[in-house]
Design a protein around this ligand. Structure first.
Ligand code: HEM
Length: 381
């Protein structure tokens, strides 16, 4: 049996298409030990699904396995039930307090504006001209907060995502911590100033009465802004790339929830979610020891042939489609509905108005294994 080579995932070809590597690992074993990063690599659907759902045995709150966590990191993303349940319910209330009709109108109007600005250009970069500005507008509209300066926000936000890859690139850890602190300073201004009715105003007002600590609230709002912007903007890019690689006769305007979910399964940007094992337990055919790290490769699980018929083929009507692109279990994506709404508008509009859209250069992938994305995606509409 050959050792998995985790570093191979950093090759540009693998960042554009990691599936041949995932397939090789999965064929060896759905749960494989990687001695370099001392973690289990989970590529099977059933095993990834089981671990994501099982917060008793696989934790997000690494204090449960003795890892020190600074208060600036405690949020809905890093707490486990029962503490997690309280902040998650509060954030769910926030999503309900947002006006989805206004959001829909804002996203449509912003997209029209952005498309009008690029239409006269022969070619343009889809990342910086459409995906990033559209998503930043959508997420801040959802949160009911002022939109930050994009030139400041986007690089800072990318530095935080790179910090998530620090087991492969330790040099990304410190800059990620600093960027997170800078973003927290922005979120603190929301807590200290009057905001219009909506998501943030609602959760700030309600937090004391449901017993949510101010720092956990601040960190969780930062997570919604950061996770929402990064995953949704990267998905517009990885999704469009998948569409443009299809022969024109197989392309459709991706304007239904079913079609968007299939695109998330096939080309979702979040490739890895990790947990720490709380006690000795079995996963697949392996014994996992207390304290060991388990990394779920969502992109691999979403192409597991034991779960999906013809996993490497986009089937627009695929139902059921129990993909893991939005995670599963207590930490499953809170913004999935919003993400699907934004993607439906963007891919639907682009597909209808620009059926001959094409790639004009090979995309330049970001050096990130956890969350895939592109520096540039040069296209012609
Ligand atoms: C296509 C776009 C998106 C994808 C692929 C995606 C994917 C994911 C995944 C895989 C998780 C699970 C993480 C885990 O298991 O630890 C997650 C969690 C989360 N997502 Fe998303 N997401 C998307 C869009 C959004 C949007 C638009 C928002 C907010 C506006 C958002 C907010 C969150 C939050 C707050 C969590 C943490 C939930 C918790 O830990 O309880 N996401 N997302």
């Amino acid at each position: 049996m050959t050792e998995p080579n985790i570093w191979s995932l950093l090759e540009p070809s693998a960042l554009l298409d990691p599936h041949p590597i995932y397939r090789r690992w999965r064929e060896q074993s759905t749960v494989l030990w990687d001695a370099d990063i001392e973690a289990w690599l989970v590529t099977g659907y059933e095993e990834a699904f089981a671990a994501l759902r099982d917060a008793d045995n696989f934790c997000q709150d690494w204090r449960r396995v003795g890892v020190d966590t600074p208060p600036s990191l405690l949020s809905l993303q890093t707490l486990d039930p029962p503490e997690h349940t309280q902040i998650r319910h509060l954030m769910l209330e926030g999503f309900k307090a947002a006006d989805t009709e206004v959001l829909e109108k804002t996203v449509r109007a912003t997209l029209d504006e952005l498309l009008a600005a690029v239409e006269q250009h022969e070619t343009f970069d889809f990342v910086s001209r459409i995906a990033e500005p559209l998503t930043l507008r959508a997420v801040t509209e959802l949160l009911g907060v002022p939109e930050p300066d994009r030139e400041w926000f986007v690089p800072l936000s990318n530095t935080i995502v790179d910090g998530m890859d620090s087991s492969l690139r330790p040099e990304c850890y410190e800059p990620g911590v600093e960027a997170r602190a800078e973003l927290s300073a922005l979120v603190k201004t929301w807590l200290d100033s009057p905001l219009p009715d909506g998501f943030t105003a609602h959760v700030v007002r309600r937090a004391p009465s449901v017993g949510v600590d101010r720092e956990v609230l601040l960190n969780s709002l930062r997570v919604v802004l950061q996770a929402g912007f990064q995953t949704a903007s990267r998905f517009l890019v990885t999704g469009l790339l998948a569409l443009l690689r299809l022969p024109p006769e197989r392309r459709v305007p991706v304007d239904t929830d079913t079609a968007v979910h299939e695109l998330v399964r096939f080309a979702g940007p979040v490739h890895v979610e990790s947990r720490a094992c709380v006690r000795d337990v079995s996963l697949g055919d392996k014994k996992i020891r207390k304290g060991e790290i388990v990394s779920m490769f969502l992109g691999a699980a979403n192409r597991d042939p034991r779960m999906f018929v013809d996993p490497d083929v986009l089937q627009w009507g695929r139902t059921p489609n129990r993909h893991l692109g939005f995670g599963r279990g207590p930490h499953a994506c809170l913004g999935a509905q919003v993400a699907v709404q934004v993607a439906r508008i963007a891919f639907g509009t682009i597909g209808r108005r620009f059926p001959d859209a094409r790639l004009v250069a090979e995309p330049v992938p970001r050096l990130n294994v956890t969350e895939h994305g592109m520096h540039r995606l040069e296209v012609s509409f």
